[in-house]
Design a protein around this ligand. Structure first.
Ligand code: GAP
Length: 438
């Protein structure tokens, strides 16, 4: 597949997402809510496929991993112990003239970027969303929407250990929503206030943490490239000391080369024993592991690969998007990996015709029992191929007059090569499965 070397501009992705029903502005009929997005019919299929691929690769296919789904609301003490109540802040500056607010590290000078006003000195702004539990809004009922899924894993460490009898090294993974009252959002779904994370807390013996840190970076690089992301668009970047989060001994980001520059796709942090020790001392419950070999209790170290689902989805869209010139026309195509494509197979009668429709419907019913499929008989076959290319459907099955009158065979068209092959209907399902890598 010879794909364009140009990075894709954001407006092309935003427009495709709206036009074809991947992502919409939230509450659009009311003018939208800033930096908040809804996933449409195709977007949610793509999102589910990303989650499923992650869950299968990192939880189900491994003996050293288990899953968890903890609540978004947690005991407020969790955020005191974790350090978020005190240190999960960004430096906020405000324009003295127009009152516009910015993250101090996102502006270059003391002058306001949007007017000729002066900026205030930075003050710490906590990014956690506050809410109240129950009918009384006082400090005793105050709670937070979690800013990371990780803490739900740490506070369940002992529960999972006892229930599963796992031995070190082992990990707990979960997928779920997180919330951060980001001062500056932007680049579409890249940085939003409500987003979804896929996080792993991998517990290891102290001393083996650096080796595991390296292994998790490799495992995630391989996952992205296995799913078709171009290796030259990915890089690892180690955080400088002053960038490290309060809990981290070392963090490396996997970054993607967007049109606007390199952007963080995920972080892989060595959190040491910071969180388990903090929760042990704040809760009074010892979060420890008994080592059978040394007959000693120890507090495991933690390596944490943390990825945003929305950010991964954006990268898969950017990386697979292409525009090609075919017979004088522009063909927009998403070269999505078959396992990620929202629709796997399109079933298309050559034209809307009552001689073709019954057979085409029969083929569609057969195909959709095994694969997510779409039936489309509106407009010319060329237009319908383009519509499917644009949403990344890997295969299109065409039913024509020869199918009905002569050979009981259909044509399979490949999205990437546009090559067509004739396949007898009795062989269709195994052929589709083989082509989709099932
Ligand atoms: N538990 C560690 C943690 O949350 P993080 O680097 O703050 O680490 C991990 O977040 C990942 O979550 C990021 O690399 C990114 O993919 C995603 N993420 C974080 N903040 C986000 C936001 N405001 N919008 C979208 N995704 C975000």
């Amino acid at each position: 597949m010879d794909r364009s070397l140009q990075q894709v501009e954001m407006d092309k992705i935003v427009s495709l997402c709206k036009r074809r029903g991947f992502i919409f502005q939230s509450s659009e009929i009311y003018g939208g809510l800033a930096s908040t997005y809804d996933y449409g019919p195709l977007g949610i299929e793509l999102k589910r496929n990303i989650r499923d691929s992650w869950w299968k690769r990192f939880i189900q296919d491994r003996d050293d991993m288990v899953g968890l789904e903890s609540a978004i609301l947690m005991h407020p003490q969790v955020w005191v112990a974790s350090g978020h109540a005190d240190t999960f802040t960004d430096p906020l500056v405000e324009c003295k003239k127009c009152n516009q607010r910015y993250r101090a590290d996102h502006v270059d000078s003391k002058d306001c970027p949007d007017c000729d006003g002066q900026l205030t000195d930075p003050r710490s702004f906590n990014l956690m969303f506050k809410t109240f539990i129950g009918p009384v809004e006082d400090s005793a009922s105050q709670a937070y929407l979690r800013p990371e899924t990780a803490q739900g894993i740490f506070v369940n460490f002992q529960n999972v250990l006892v229930a599963t009898r796992k031995r070190l090294p082992f990990g707990i993974g979960q997928i779920g929503k997180s919330f951060r009252n980001e001062i500056t959002t932007g680049n579409f779904t890249f940085r939003t206030r409500e987003f979804e994370q896929m996080e792993i807390e991998y517990f290891v013996k102290p001393g083996t943490d650096q080796e595991w840190h390296r292994r998790w970076m490799d495992d995630f690089m391989t996952w992205f490239t296995d799913l078709g992301v171009r290796p030259d668009r990915l890089r690892l970047r180690a955080h400088a000391d002053e960038e490290l989060s309060h809990y981290s001994r070392a963090t490396s980001d996997i970054e993607y080369s967007f049109a606007w520059g390199w952007g963080e796709l995920m972080g892989i942090a060595n959190r040491t024993d910071f969180d388990l020790k903090a929760h042990s001392s704040h809760s009074g419950n010892r979060l420890e592991y008994f080592d059978d070999e040394t007959h000693e209790h120890l507090v495991p170290y933690v390596v944490e690969p943390a990825l945003g689902v929305d950010r991964a989805l954006l990268v898969f869209l950017f990386d697979s998007y292409d525009e090609e010139t075919v017979e004088g026309d522009t063909r927009v195509v998403l070269h999505l990996h078959p396992s990620l494509a929202p629709v796997k197979v399109a079933v298309l009668p050559l034209s809307r015709n009552e001689r073709l429709a019954p057979k085409a419907r029969e083929v569609y019913d057969m195909v959709r029992a095994s694969f997510v499929a779409q039936y489309d008989d509106a407009q010319s076959i060329g237009r319908r191929y383009r519509r499917q290319d644009e949403i990344g459907t890997p295969l299109a099955v065409t039913v024509d007059f020869k199918t009905v009158e002569e050979d009981n065979a259909v044509t399979i068209r490949d999205r990437d090569t546009m090559q067509q092959a004739r396949v007898p209907i009795p062989d269709l399902l195994p052929e589709l499965a083989a082509r989709l890598g099932r």
